[in-house]
Design a protein around this ligand. Structure first.
Ligand SMILES: Nc1nc2c(ncn2[C@@H]2O[C@H](COP(=O)(O)OP(=O)(O)O)[C@@H](O)[C@H]2O)c(=O)[nH]1
Ligand SMILES: Nc1ncnc2c1ncn2[C@@H]1O[C@H](COP(=O)(O)OP(=O)(O)O)[C@@H](O)[C@H]1O
Length: 211
């Protein structure tokens, strides 16, 4: 009996906790929410640092927010098979490297991926088995206001993001795409819903570190 419990604990540690995929329109609040999680649950969650060909925004750090690379470097990495998935979004390439996910999972942390809907479709074909969380804005109007207030986009980039946002909002309504859909209206309320949705996985990590 004790042996069985022991082995099941060891196996669950070896398998590691389920990753969490965050997706949803640009400006919906994915970064804001996941940064809160990473801060409150230091030692539970780890961020999968994607590669991107877009330029860093003020305040973003290479290796922390993204690995900033040239289109040539990115394409070479993709051709070499370094990436689990990659996608073109609003004129730039983004991708999740195998190394990014492995770095988090090696620490037995819940790996957080922030990816667009193409990424979601690609990840579904892998054996990553994540929890899929969609973060949605309360409305297109609010989304536009938030994106403008963030002051990170040119008018052209903003318009591209709003166009894609409509498709991403529709995608989140398709049955079976997401385990949880959170409308990020009041930030604290959205965050509480997010924590409630991830509570079981958080508890698993906390229990496994007690071994
Ligand atoms: N498929 C995929 N999408 C990504 C990846 N990293 C970021 N994204 C998505 O790319 C989109 C643009 O990201 P970003 O330029 O940081 O803008 P923001 O979402 O407006 O902050 C967002 O939908 C991200 O979720 C990745 O590795 N793979
Ligand atoms: N619930 C909220 N209420 C008001 N502003 C928010 C809320 N959530 C996020 N924001 C702001 O909206 C902007 C977009 O959020 P961000 O986290 O960058 O979105 P995403 O990562 O999905 O692109 C940011 O300036 C952020 O501070």
């Amino acid at each position: 009996m004790y042996m069985r419990r022991f082995f099941s604990k060891v196996c669950s540690v070896m398998a590691g906790p389920r990753p969490v995929v965050f997706s949803g329109p640009s400006g919906a609040g994915k970064s804001t929410l996941l940064k809160k999680l990473l801060k409150e649950f230091d030692g539970v969650f780890g961020f999968s640092v994607s590669h991107t060909t877009r330029k860093p925004r003020p305040g973003e750090e290479n290796g922390k927010d993204y690995h900033y690379v040239s289109r040539e470097e990115m394409q070479a990495g993709i051709a070499k098979g370094d990436f689990i998935e990659s996608a073109e979004f609003s004129g730039n390439i983004y991708g999740t490297s195998k190394a990014a996910v492995q770095a988090v999972q090696a620490q037995n942390l819940i790996c957080i991926l922030d990816i667009d809907m193409q990424g979601v479709k690609s990840i579904r074909k892998t054996n990553l088995n994540p929890i899929y969380v969609s973060i949605q804005p309360p409305s297109m109007d609010v989304l536009e206001k938030r994106l403008r207030a963030r002051q990170t986009e040119s008018e052209e980039s903003l318009q591209k993001r709003l166009q894609v946002a409509l498709i991403e909002m529709e995608f989140s309504k398709e049955a079976g795409q997401f385990d949880v859909v959170i409308v990020n209206d009041i930030l604290d309320e959205a965050y509480e819903k997010l924590k409630a949705a991830l509570l079981q996985e958080i508890q698993k990590v906390k229990n496994s570190t007690k071994v």
